[in-house]
Design a protein around this ligand. Structure first.
Ligand code: DGI
Ligand code: FE
Ligand code: FE
Ligand code: FE
Length: 189
């Protein structure tokens, strides 16, 4: 079992400076959102530290970790490589870094696609990933504004921006991304 400081060392050593700055931003924003919306800030911080741990691994390493795990979703390997790092991160967080808390593990696992019926911590980490201070994409300020009054409204806007971008790039949309977005829209009705 590693201390928070040791995990920070381990994670920051696996990514370029710029991605580590993003992670620091997600840590800060996830803690703020947790405090605002009643999630556990300590869990939000831990999930944020680890959420992109596998982002800069070689593709073959992500693939191997997903293939070797007994509880991973292998179907993910038929989809865009961009979706692999959250699953790989979820697996190594438990196996190599000693994270045992399922809420934290799930927040790491679902931070890219979301899932139907996301937990409060899932929402906090996924939204923090969209709006941390270093993020700059069309519409990010609108999402930051929405985040001040509703996690769900802000997340829908986040997923909508992801899906729109994927459409303009003619990318395959992972079905769970759409299901997550639809579930939130239903929740808001
Ligand atoms: O890891 P980050 O860059 O901080 O953010 P993230 O984990 O949300 O990953 C974003 C990337 O994932 C971005 O390049 C778009 C891609 N992505 C998210 N949902 C889908 C997707 N790509 C495809 N093809 N389909 C999806 O549904
Ligand atoms: Fe990510
Ligand atoms: Fe998000
Ligand atoms: Fe991220």
């Amino acid at each position: 079992k590693y201390s928070r400081e040791q995990l920070i060392e381990i994670v920051s050593g696996q990514m370029p400076e710029k991605r580590w700055k993003h992670t620091l931003g997600v840590m800060q924003t996830a803690v703020e959102l947790a405090e605002k919306y009643g999630a556990d800030p300590v869990k939000a911080d831990l999930a944020a530290i680890l959420h992109d741990v596998a982002k800069y691994w070689p593709v073959e390493q992500m693939k191997a970790v997903i293939e070797e795990s007994s509880e991973s979703n292998k179907e993910l390997l038929q989809h865009d490589k961009q979706l692999w790092h959250s699953e790989a991160g979820f697996i190594v967080a438990r196996k190599d870094y000693g994270v045992e808390d399922d809420e934290v593990l799930n927040a790491i696992r679902w931070h890219t696609s979301g899932r139907e019926n996301m937990s409060l911590l899932d929402k906090v980490v996924c939204l923090a990933d969209y709006i941390e201070p270093g993020r700059d994409f069309p519409g990010v300020n609108k999402i930051r504004e929405l985040a001040q009054h509703s996690l769900e409204e802000a997340l829908v806007a986040g997923f909508d921006s992801t899906i729109s971008l994927l459409l303009t790039q003619r990318k395959v949309i992972y079905p769970l991304t759409v299901l997550s977005r639809n579930y939130l829209v239903q929740q808001l009705k």
